[in-house]
Design a protein around this ligand. Structure first.
Ligand SMILES: [Zn+2]
Length: 327
């Protein structure tokens, strides 16, 4: 495949849309605005009425998909809480609001067996200084942060400080309720005799609706499209066939890929414009430095020439300060 076509290609692997780049494969859809552009609503994937009309076995399969896709559910919660509009995960410590760099898996104790098991996909974040992490050789993030910043050293998990902190139901079911806001999932659970889970979900949804969680609620509603779409494609893609969801998502993903390419091309263009400005700053600075150094060796001061050089330096710096091109 030609290099350019290879860079542009995107594909759906078990529900997640990946994009091939020069350096490897990365997830294409990360920000909430990308989710809205690519992942459709339930009506275009598997409408609530159609889901309720399915045979019991198929309904259970859909519920299992939402329950068991824990890794995707935690990912969506993390992204809803901390994803920036540029597609960077910016996890903030819930105690001191500094950036958290390090995480490990979360282990839960099973009350019946007493054994510990890994809570799949859930992360425990540690608020440590980036320099401390460098010493341990585990830094993977290269974002700038002053090494002198004071951090609290506390730990917190993905759900801490959110309405999911003490959730007694899988997060995926709550996301499914946000995806089907007319009560479809609650009715399916009630039909299975799972009233306790319905109550637990309603508690979380009620807390999410409070004003202090307004931003998280709206972002979760968006990321619920990503989670439910990915879960349905990964585990019961055949149920979405009659509604054309797959074709729609693929077409949207291709458009999004082109959009990302255009953005990268505009940055490349911008970089091309910036480089001569860097050079101009370097040249002007060098000339001023040489002129000032010549004074030490007894050369006469030419004020007019120095003013001209300073003006050139100011022009070059102003050009560097121009905002990047956005499309
Ligand atoms: Zn902290």
């Amino acid at each position: 495949m030609p290099k350019k076509a290879r860079q542009r290609s995107c594909k759906l692997l078990r529900g997640t849309i990946y994009r091939e780049t020069r350096t490897g494969v990365s997830e294409l859809i990360q920000t909430d605005s990308q989710v809205i552009r690519v992942w459709p609503t339930a009506d275009q994937m598997l409408p609530g009425a159609a889901l309720e009309a399915l045979p019991n076995q198929a309904k259970r399969k859909v519920l299992r998909a939402f329950e068991q896709e824990k890794k995707r559910a935690y990912k969506c919660l993390r992204w809803a809480r901390w994803m920036t509009h540029t597609g960077q995960l910016d996890v903030r410590c819930i105690h001191c609001l500094k950036k958290a760099w390090s995480y490990s898996a979360v282990k839960q104790r099973d009350p019946k067996t007493g054994r510990y098991r890994v809570d799949k996909g859930k992360r425990r974040w540690e608020c440590v200084n980036k320099v401390e992490r460098s010493v341990a050789g585990k830094v993977t993030d290269s974002s700038p942060q002053s090494p002198k910043q004071k951090v609290c050293g506390k730990k917190f998990c993905d759900t801490a400080g959110s309405p999911f902190a003490n959730a007694r139901v899988p997060i995926g079911l709550v996301l499914a309720v946000l995806y089907y806001p007319t009560g479809t999932i609650e009715r399916l659970l009630e039909a299975e005799g799972r009233q306790n889970q319905v109550l637990a979900i309603q508690e979380i949804v009620k807390e999410l609706a409070q004003r202090r969680h307004k931003a998280l609620h709206s972002r979760l509603q968006r990321y619920a499209r990503l989670f439910c779409g990915e879960a349905l494609f990964a585990r019961c893609i055949e149920l979405t066939d009659p509604f054309g969801g797959l074709a729609l998502v693929e077409a949207n993903a291709r458009q999004e890929s082109v959009r990302v390419d255009m953005k990268l091309a505009s940055y490349k263009l911008y970089w091309g414009v910036l480089q001569p400005n860097y050079q101009a700053v370097r040249i002007a600075l060098g000339q001023i430095k040489r002129l000032d150094r010549s004074l030490v060796h007894g050369a006469p001061l030419d004020r007019g020439y120095r003013r001209k050089l300073v003006n050139e330096l100011q022009c070059a710096v102003r050009a560097l300060m121009a905002p990047p091109i956005e499309r």
